[in-house]
Design a binder for this molecule. Sequence first.
Ligand code: ATP
Ligand code: MG
Ligand code: FE
Length: 356
Amino acid sequence: RIVLGIESSCDETAAALVTSERVILAQRIASQDDVHRPYGGVVPEIAARAHAERLAPMIEATLADAGMTLDQVDAIAATAGPGLIGGVMVGLVTAKALAMASDKPLIAINHLEGHALSPRLADENLAYPYLLLLVSGGHCQILLVEGVGKFRRLATTIDDALGEAFDKSAKVLGLGYPGGPALERLALQGDPKKIPLPRPLVGSGEPHFSFAGLKSAVLRAKQAMPQRVQGCVAGSVIEPAYTDADIAASFQQSAIACLLDRTRRALSAVGPVNALVVAGGVAANTAIRTALEGLAADHDLPFIAPPLALCTDNAAMIAWAGLERLEQGQSDPLDVAARPRWPLDPDAEAVRGAGV
Ligand code: ATP
Ligand code: MG
Ligand code: FE
């Protein structure tokens, strides 16, 4: 079976055609990084308009890439939330129109479920249940994934998401937008032991994450950084005691320490699982992948991380979640609503802060 996936919940416009045999027949992604860069972050109104301009021609092009028509597609899956509501509505309305015109089922996908199931698109051997670390621009959660739509949230952030902490720290270091990948590159040149940064909640009895204190410490470290100054001898320069790269490396090291500690705690609290899995945009970070791989090995568990292109927002993961739901005979009515907030585990307790 073949599903057309549509993604438009943040600043990536994307369409993909994926088969039940895990073949990505075609996929296109248009990033809006250039559009939002002058503002240092995603501007929702501008994002919605860019999605509206790009999506329809992109779907046509994706079908053309695969040499297919809409008639050959079995269902249309689109992100219906959570995310920036204007963009979500563009994608969902487009999917509804296509479903109506072609008389194919519509499948409304939770964007987070797209991330959460993406490792199963990448690896046919990954079976439920698995322990998932979902680290993205808006979320930082540990979930027990027991099946399609069956999630138990074991931990979430009580303040910032990890991707958000990466992006804001990158901004403090003048790395521009989006900052995560740039911060990772800069960290390679720094000494992670140069600046002791906080590791919020490490060793704590509660299961959750916190990154606000780490982010603020990055700002303080940057502000306290001595400038390069003229030495007494003409032409000589006194270098600062630490560099931006040292701050980046120390930030990343602290973030990894938090991830490892919290994930270790979750592994000891949860029953048997088939694998330790990471997904979401921050899962593209090589240092984080390597650290988690070590943790999985310590627990004699396979470690599964999707290829980088499947970590950040894409439509193949939405098509795949649609395929998993289609296999279960699920589809949604044409009046299904877009949802700005949509927790994967509705039974999870609310925690301090904004995390869902
Ligand atoms: P959500 O999925 O929670 O709704 P989102 O869709 O905006 O949020 P994603 O596209 O999944 O988030 O991930 C984007 C985030 O991943 C950004 O914060 C970005 O900085 C971060 N990111 C991407 N690559 C890396 C990297 N190599 N290292 C660290 N962070 C990264
Ligand atoms: Mg993006
Ligand atoms: Fe995402």
